[in-house]
Design a protein around this ligand. Structure first.
Ligand code: AHR
Length: 565
């Protein structure tokens, strides 16, 4: 057992045991001894100081890489629902709101900074009632169709408009244009419930056939795009256990086989994504894979990734911006369930896919709150996100980073004016939510090597549904990018700061920078009247000889970037 292994074992024991908080206070001299292979830094700033006693440790183990963090983990989801497309993304070419070919310019400018990698569209449940032909050709000639969500109670009360009667002004060309503007790959969900495999093949043909080769390629050219769109990611249905057709897993596996028996690929390595389970429904996973492969195991090769959906919400009376401390902790605990879900579905998949050829795609995730905080009466599910949601985003992205060997894509639901959104907009008003800042901070992880990271910190006592429980005191993820090390850390406690020693096994730190997103009140959020109520603060780090200690304030997200020697 190496020296690293020994010290790691010791810290792991500390992390899992129920040790009283006082015993976790670690003597600074002891720290210095333990960090011989690690860093020797001293931070002085509000969150970095020499004089604090420490109560936690984070160990980053350079020589234990997990897997490359797929940039697609930082993906997004946009559906024709409420105010996501109309009012959110699409304002129209003749709008007085600054736009690029009809697409809200401010959104494009912010999105470009995030390196957004991939965007899923047109749904969600909407996808299984969508006819892609409705959304091509001259806009004024496109048909008006009832939107899938028109029957929702919220929509029924809303004024008429494109969110009830879809104008189809935003179709395939507009979506691909949006993706190109922000530097993301398009991920299209096709209609399985109310369309045929032929419609799917023709959509692929329209998008991907080389210029002039097929009638649909020529139609694409007439509609303004000579060059193919080269769409690689195709979702075969959405939530096929529910709004996507009410299939049994066996029936859906047969549909998937039928839809994917032949797809024109035009030289593209198409990535076909079946509709996976909701939350912990491992029987959907097991039965799908069993049925898919009942005749030939090779059918596994048709599956690029298995699409899990998981939303967290609270059972209390609270809503998006007005909730109790118990509601807060309940949401944290529920979001934390993502790690268990990944592992459960991974083992269920492994029963059939022994070599784990197929990885997971979490193409809908986020917090889903009660209605009442929308910025416009047509914005179905258009909740306002607070600091609490920022913590949910951060701990979920950390979970994906830690599981980079299993998760290859994720799409937060949904980009703008909806659940867990990064932006809120209505007509000419536009703001970023605290979730945006988390994506901005965490984008530094993209394409890095996820590293084994051990958090040793006292658990916190929380009250949830009237009962006391324990929750981890700190968690996060780390990634290596040649000589750059990125560490992100979430402190969920509403009242405790964590003074944390950082130990890097296998490298020395030369310099570092820090960013902290934290507000005394987790209910704080940005609004059109107060757009900068929540934003991250940069921390100046003075590096001297000594130990590396940083402080995570209560309810905070911290990102540290180190330059390694
Ligand atoms: O994101 C909102 C809806 O939630 C999606 O349309 C659906 O797939 C899920 O149930």
């Amino acid at each position: 057992m190496s020296k690293n292994d020994l010290s790691r074992k010791k810290f792991l024991t500390a992390a899992s045991g129920k040790i009283p908080e006082s015993m976790h206070k670690i003597d600074r001299r002891q720290f210095l001894k333990q960090t011989s292979a690690g860093s020797a830094l001293l931070f002085t700033s509000k969150y970095f100081s020499q004089s604090v006693s420490t109560d936690s440790q984070v160990e980053i183990i350079i020589d234990e890489p997990i897997e490359t963090i797929s940039p697609d983990i930082y993906g997004h989801f946009t559906e024709h629902i409420g105010g996501v497309i109309y009012d959110g993304i699409w304002v129209g070419e003749n709008s007085s709101i600054p736009n690029i070919g009809g697409i809200r310019k401010e959104l494009v400018d912010y999105m470009k900074r995030l390196k957004p990698s991939v965007v899923r569209w047109p749904g969600g449940c909407f996808a299984d009632s969508y006819n892609w032909r409705d959304g091509i050709g001259p806009r004024e000639q496109r048909p008006l169709r009832p939107n899938f969500w028109i029957n929702n109670r919220f929509s029924q009360k809303a004024p008429d408009g494109p969110t009830k009667y879809d104008s189809n002004h935003f179709g395939t060309h507009e979506f691909v244009h949006f993706c190109r503007l922000i530097g993301a790959e398009p991920y299209i969900a096709v209609n399985v419930r109310s369309a045929t495999p032929k419609d799917f093949y023709e959509w692929v043909d329209y998008c991907n056939a080389p210029a002039g080769t097929t009638t649909l390629a020529m139609e694409r050219e007439t509609n303004g795009s000579v060059k193919p769109f080269n769409v690689r990611y195709w979702g075969v249905g959405n939530e096929s256990w529910g709004c996507g057709g009410d299939f049994t897993p066996e029936e859906y596996a047969m549909e998937f086989r039928r839809f994917t028996s032949w797809v024109p690929n035009f030289g593209q390595n198409l990535a076909l994504i079946p509709a996976g389970p909701s939350g912990g429904d491992t029987s959907w996973t097991s039965k799908f894979f069993t049925k898919l492969t009942e005749r030939r195991r090779q059918y596994l090769n048709r599956v690029y990734g298995w699409a899990l959906h998981y939303y967290c919400g609270t059972s209390g009376k609270g809503q998006a911006t007005d909730f109790t401390d118990e509601d807060y902790y309940e949401l944290i605990v529920k979001a934390n369930r993502m790690e268990t879900l990944i592992n459960q579905h991974w083992s269920a998949m492994g029963e059939v896919d022994k070599n784990h050829r197929v990885k997971l795609i979490v193409d809908e995730w986020g917090a889903w709150h009660r209605a009442g905080s929308e910025v416009h009466p047509t914005h179905l599910f258009g909740q306002t996100s607070t600091m609490r949601d920022a913590l949910i985003a951060a701990l979920t992205l950390d979970t994906f980073n830690r599981n980079a060997d299993k998760v290859i894509m994720s799409n937060v639901a949904q980009l703008i004016n909806c659940l867990h959104s990064l932006f809120l907009a209505s007509e000419d008003r536009f703001i970023v939510t605290p979730n945006y800042y988390v994506f901005d901070m965490y984008s530094a992880h993209q394409s890095g090597q996820s590293l084994k990271t051990v958090f040793s910190t006292p658990e916190i006592n929380i009250t949830r549904r009237g009962r006391t429980e324990q929750l981890w005191g700190l968690n996060g993820s780390a990634s290596l990018h040649e000589k750059k090390l990125v560490l992100t850390v979430v402190n969920p406690s509403l009242d405790k700061s964590r003074n944390t020693e950082i130990i890097v096994h296998g490298a020395k730190i030369k310099s570092g920078e820090a960013k902290t997103l934290s507000e005394a009140d987790v209910r704080l959020h940005n609004s059109f009247n107060n757009p900068n109520a929540v934003f991250p603060k940069e921390n100046i780090i003075n590096i001297k000889r000594g130990s590396l200690v940083y402080t995570s304030p209560p309810a905070s997200v911290v990102r540290l970037i180190f330059e390694l020697a």
